[in-house]
Design a protein around this ligand. Structure first.
Ligand code: UTP
Length: 285
């Protein structure tokens, strides 16, 4: 299976940080966001990856490219741990880049991958969303896809205050944590929401999605919406993701993700972060 990582969006919610740098390159603790995303695909068994880029997204390509000068420098200085890490990034996967010419929405970004994907199901991992779990989120989706065979969406249970910001699932339970989707509603008002199950940014899509994307009209915000195209598909499932998910395009979630990732590091780092947080809680109480 191949994976598509859309990363061409403007990142307006994170201005001014994203004025001259891609939001997908914002560091979460010590790695850029999109490296976590590529690692999730690789850890789910996918090593053929298409990143959808756009204007100003060049640092993403440079990050996954080989850097002879840097490697030479690190070798000369005997910084062999860093050398190994830097080399590992450029060897992670086969990565291809396709440019989205105009930021016409997530659906339009996915359309840009049509030629490379062909007639196979494929994974989609939003380039600004990272997940943390024992079994990678995309692997959890592949397992459900292999059982039910239709497009499959990762969802999470949302608190009420978040519902109006997400695509929400209207579905019927087929087994514990798995739903057959009847309809997806993009950013509903709380009172109109069919459930509290929100779309998280990880999908397995069957290739008929490309025809659906071509046939739909622009939706919310004048953009080609992926949820509108999925609504045109016959056989769609959703499964509750077991783990934590962070939308890095949202400043608070970015901050929380950095703290959480620091807490997954070795004991020394973890203790320093915890000491700092305890000190801040005391100061502000
Ligand atoms: P978002 O809707 O969060 O991205 O898309 P955005 O448009 O950059 O966000 P704001 O609202 O302006 O802050 C989720 C993912 O889809 C990509 C984004 O790069 C992000 O990784 N995307 C979005 C595209 O590739 N193309 C688009 O036209 C829109």
């Amino acid at each position: 299976m191949k994976a598509v990582i859309p990363a061409a969006g403007l990142g307006t919610r994170f201005l001014p940080a994203t004025k001259a740098q891609p939001k997908e390159m914002l560091p979460v603790f010590n790695k850029p966001t999109i490296q976590y995303v590529v690692e999730e695909a690789v850890n789910s068994g996918i090593d053929d990856i298409i990143i959808i880029t756009g204007k100003g997204k060049r640092p993403i390509e440079d990050h996954f490219d080989k850097s002879f000068e840097l490697e030479y420098n690190l070798k000369q200085k005997g910084k062999l741990d860093y050398l190994k890490e830097v080399q590992g990034i450029s060897n992670l996967a086969d990565i291809f880049y396709v440019r989205q010419k105009k930021q016409n929405g997530l659906g339009d970004a996915i359309s840009c991958a049509k030629k490379h994907i062909g007639d196979e199901p494929f994974a989609v991992l939003l380039g600004d969303t990272i997940t943390y779990s024992d079994t990678p989120c995309t692997k959890q989706l592949i397992d459900v896809y292999e059982k039910y065979g239709g497009s499959t969406i990762a969802i999470e249970e949302l608190p009420e205050r978040k519902i109006e910001r997400y695509g929400i699932v209207d579905g019927v339970t087929v087994e514990d944590n798995i739903y057959k989707v009847k309809n997806l509603v993009e950013k509903p008002k709380l009172e109109d929401a069919p459930s509290n199950l929100g779309i998280t940014g990880r999908y397995i899509l069957t290739p008929d999605i490309f025809d659906k994307l071509e046939s739909i009209e622009a939706g919310v915000g004048g953009e080609i919406q992926l949820t509108d195209a999925i609504n045109e598909q016959e056989n769609v499932y959703a499964t509750t993701f077991e783990g934590t998910i962070y939308d890095i395009g949202n400043t608070m979630e970015w901050l929380k993700s950095s703290i959480d990732m620091a807490l997954t590091q070795e004991d020394e780092v973890k203790e320093e972060v915890l000491d700092y947080l305890r000190q801040k809680v005391q100061e502000y109480q």
